[in-house]
Design a protein around this ligand. Structure first.
Ligand SMILES: Cc1cc2nc3c(=O)[nH]c(=O)nc-3n(C[C@H](O)[C@H](O)[C@H](O)COP(=O)(O)OP(=O)(O)OC[C@H]3O[C@@H](n4cnc5c(N)ncnc54)[C@H](O)[C@@H]3O)c2cc1C
Length: 378
């Protein structure tokens, strides 16, 4: 079996590795620029198990287990660290939402801890707590190094015989008798049995040529990074009042962003001063110590938003035979990709759809079985 995985981000790398591990056949990864060019190394590099929807929490719990297990095999140390997530809450209805969800999270074995204003001040004396009603701390959540995870997968896949074709754009998929037959690249046509689109924000460009439409849209997100400081912020802090998030990298930089109105689509990956200043204002209000911190670097990447803010994986039986997708991660894809790779590889090889994968099939949109997530950070 000849398999083309299009896209050399965390999704394509995890899928290619898992296919090779299961001896699926001859596997080729096509990447229009270089491995990790897309969103995968423009991310905040955090993982969490706390989602509003049980389907997503369950998926993330298992995915992170896969990442931890694999890290022992990787040549690169993924620097997995559970510093926790801390949601600062200023409104009663949001406290209630967390209390309800914590019943589900407890059932799944990942309960969080509620802190009152005094406890927040005791544990995190640097936080300005005057308007805080409560906080939710999720100790199971944490961070990793996105470059090292990607290159860990890459070198494992390469050692298993996966062929990588960087600087090779796939322009079109050629279908005949309702089956994918070729991928047309800027370097020529290649015959295939299976094609997996792991093309992130660019996926619709290829799907549209097949007249396939899934409700997804790229959304540019901008990130800021300060110079490094002595390590003092352990969790990722999500300020639900300002919608800013920030945390400290193990190197000491403060990394984060703020939800800021942005037109959707494949717009330029520019960074706006107004976003940087909105984030700087929000975090220095919450942590006055950060008032004079210096922003050293900013960058942008795309969240590929799906209609219900949950990822899309697998295929629709009405599509040409051999076509699969893994995208629409809506800002939380890096953490989901280890399990996406495993379950999609099994699905391609055996046809079996795992219970954890079932809710995320592309058919859910026409069947109106949405997994309305809404807990999108940033
Ligand atoms: C600012 C920001 C912060 C984030 N923070 C987090 C976080 O903390 N935790 C988390 O889990 N997720 C986070 N995410 C989301 C996460 O980065 C993405 O969900 C994930 O990286 C998606 O991986 P991917 O492999 O699907 O896509 P990508 O990494 O975008 O890879 C797709 C690749 O496909 C290639 N490609 C596209 N079209 C073609 C073509 N026609 N031919 C050949 N190659 C093609 C692209 O060049 C690209 O390299 C964040 C994203 C952003 C932008």
């Amino acid at each position: 079996m000849k398999i083309a995985v299009i896209g050399g981000g965390i999704s394509g790398l995890s899928i290619a590795y898992n296919l090779a591990l299961r001896n699926a056949g001859e596997i080729h990864v096509y990447e229009k620029k270089w491995i990790t060019y897309g969103s995968s190394t423009r991310s905040g590099a955090r993982f969490r198990v706390h989602f509003w929807r049980e389907e997503n929490s369950k998926f993330a719990i298992e995915s992170i287990k896969r990442l931890e297990k694999l890290s022992t095999k990787m040549e690169w140390n993924p620097v997995i660290y559970r510093g926790g997530y801390l949601w600062l809450i200023t409104k009663e209805n949001i406290v209630e939402q967390f209390r309800d969800a914590n019943k589900m999270w407890s059932r799944l074995g990942v309960p969080g801890i509620f802190l009152d204003q005094r406890e927040v001040k005791e544990r995190y004396p640097y936080i300005m707590v005057d308007d805080i009603l409560s906080a939710f701390y999720g100790p199971q959540n944490g961070s990793y190094h996105h470059d090292y995870v990607c290159f860990g997968y890459y070198s494992l896949a390469k050692s298993l015989g996966v062929h990588f074709h960087e600087m090779t754009t796939v322009d079109e998929l050629i279908v005949s008798e309702n089956k994918v037959k070729y991928v047309k690249t800027d370097k020529g046509e290649v015959d295939v049995d299976i094609v997996v689109l792991a093309t992130g924000a660019w996926t619709n460009t290829l799907l549209e040529k097949l007249r396939i439409s899934l409700p997804t849209e790229p959304l540019r997100r901008e990130v800021c990074l300060t110079e490094p400081y002595h390590y003092f912020i352990e969790p990722l802090i999500i300020d639900t009042e300002s919608s800013a998030y920030f945390g400290q990298t193990l190197k000491g930089e403060i990394l984060g962003s703020v939800d800021y109105p942005t037109p959707r689509g494949l717009i330029d990956l520019d960074v706006r001063f107004k976003v940087i200043s909105a984030w700087a204002r929000a975090i220095s209000k919450r942590v006055p110590l950060l008032k004079n911190s210096r922003i050293m670097r900013t960058w942008a990447g795309y969240y590929m938003m799906s209609l219900d803010e949950s990822h899309i994986m697998g295929r629709d039986p009405e599509w040409p035979e051999g076509l699969y997708v893994a995208f629409g991660y809506s800002g939380h894809g890096f953490m989901m990709a280890p399990l996406v790779g495993e379950l999609l590889a099994e699905n391609i090889i055996t046809g079996r759809v795992d219970e954890l994968m079932k809710p995320f099939l592309p058919t859910r949109f026409k069947e109106n079985k949405l997994i309305k997530e809404k807990m999108v950070i940033g």
